[in-house]
Design a protein around this ligand. Structure first.
Ligand code: 1QQ
Length: 413
């Protein structure tokens, strides 16, 4: 026994020695392929990042933080802000209005040049007016209520509105299930995004000449949906559409399946998180969702993001990561442009914030994870590509992925 283990140990040490001596060769090879990162100097340029790091919506927030950190490191490796390092100042906005207000107040009174956040539209309606009042530019990374850009001149977003995105999922569901006639709609009535999304879904369903069954409401804090489900299942809906956040929607899907609904389910933006897979597990399988991001989209920056994310996380990035990266990128590119134009260090913080807002609204961002993007005068995102995906879960429910469906346009071709 002793001898064997000694021999094994020696063999291991020999192998280790061989692998260690080969490491410099690997580095040398890498170094010839990519220029070494520029050494960054000077005061960091600070960008506030206030998303749901705690509470129910931290499922979204975790994905957003990862996207932001990858963006920061990526752009620091590519020269920072014309040689100055980019620093993200994280402030947990939690999952409610009070959390977002606190985080925004802290960031507004600090030296950040602008803020990415908050996670929910429900929070944005409470916190964004503070930034507007203080003339601090805000980029919403995931706020999809139609009225977000209207909050004020300093409020923009990289998250396409429900009006543009949601109908795509219904189109895809109908292409897959052409016999659908009756539709049951569920929505969280205590959430601003969910109430706006359901309006879009309901109008679109009626436009398609389908029959809308009595609408079912719930709260984002609910865990038991038996009453709503037993209200509507006897009318035998052919399709069910859900507008809520991640945990509530995931539980609702699970209970719909457990109570016997076998038909197609369209999920709204709240089901767009890969973290939601842990809530409905194997029963998430088949959910159809519209997305404003795809890890498959070509483009150098998106592919860099996908590669880094996959290496770090062992899975593929979702929409909330892609949008968070894009939000940081907007600030980075606008800061570089403003620095080129006037020099950041010639400006007082208040002036810098105002000019940064003007600059970011005027630029076109050629290569982001969301494709080429720009902003309307109002601060809404202009984006070219949208996607529809279907969730595919492993049988044991431990792994899942969003599988792209052909878009309605491609189908028509
Ligand atoms: C909003 C949303 C949420 C689902 C994002 C996390 O779209 O609140 O606007």
């Amino acid at each position: 026994m002793m001898k064997v283990s000694l021999r094994l140990r020696i063999a291991f040490l020999v192998l280790l020695a061989i692998s260690l001596t080969s490491i410099p060769a690997v580095f040398a090879q890498d170094a010839t392929e990519e220029a070494p990162p520029v050494e960054l100097t000077g005061e960091p340029v600070r960008i506030g990042f206030a998303v749901a790091e705690s509470g129910g919506s931290s499922l979204f927030g975790q994905e957003q933080v990862i996207g932001a950190e990858i963006a920061r490191d990526y752009f620091n490796d590519h020269g920072g802000i014309n040689g100055r390092p980019i620093e993200l100042v994280f402030q947990d906005a939690a999952s409610d209005e009070a959390g977002a207000i606190n985080a925004f107040q802290t960031l507004i009174s600090s030296d950040v040049v602008g803020i990415v956040g908050p996670t929910l539209s429900q929070q944005a309606f409470a916190a964004d007016p503070l930034a507007e009042e203080a003339a601090v530019p805000v980029i919403g990374p995931s706020n999809t209520h139609p009225d977000i850009p209207g909050i004020g001149d300093f409020i923009a977003r990289v998250s396409a509105p429900v009006t543009v995105v949601a109908p795509n999922a219904v189109d895809a569901a109908l292409a897959l299930n052409p016999d659908v006639e009756t539709v049951a709609v569920f929505y969280a009535q205590n959430d601003a995004f969910a109430t706006s999304e359901t309006v879009v879904f309901q109008a679109y369903v009626e436009e398609q000449g389908l029959t809308l069954l009595p609408v079912q409401t719930f709260q984002t804090t609910d865990t038991d949906f038996t009453t709503q489900i037993t209200n509507v299942l006897p009318s035998e809906p052919d399709l069910i559409i859900i507008s809520g956040l991640a945990v509530d929607s995931g539980n609702l899907v699970r209970q719909l399946r457990e109570l016997g609904f076998a038909g197609p389910i369209v999920g709204g933006n709240g089901l767009n998180s890969t973290n939601m897979f842990t809530v409905c597990q194997a029963l998430c399988d088949g959910i159809i969702l519209a997305q404003a991001y795809s890890p498959l989209a070509e483009g150098e920056i998106n592919q860099a993001l996908v590669e880094i994310y996959e290496e770090e996380q062992g899975r593929t990035p979702g929409q909330f990561t892609g949008q968070a990266f894009a939000a940081v990128q907007v600030f980075v590119e606008a800061l570089r442009a403003l620095d080129d134009e006037v020099g950041l260090d010639t400006l007082e913080l208040a002036d810098l914030r105002v000019q940064l807002n003007e600059t970011l609204l005027g630029l076109t961002y050629e290569d982001t994870p969301l494709g080429t993007i720009s902003f309307t005068e109002d601060g809404d995102i202009v984006q070219a590509a949208y996607f529809v995906a279907q969730i595919e879960m492993s049988e044991d429910g431990t792994e899942g992925s969003f599988v792209l469906l052909p878009s309605a346009e491609e189908e028509a071709e």
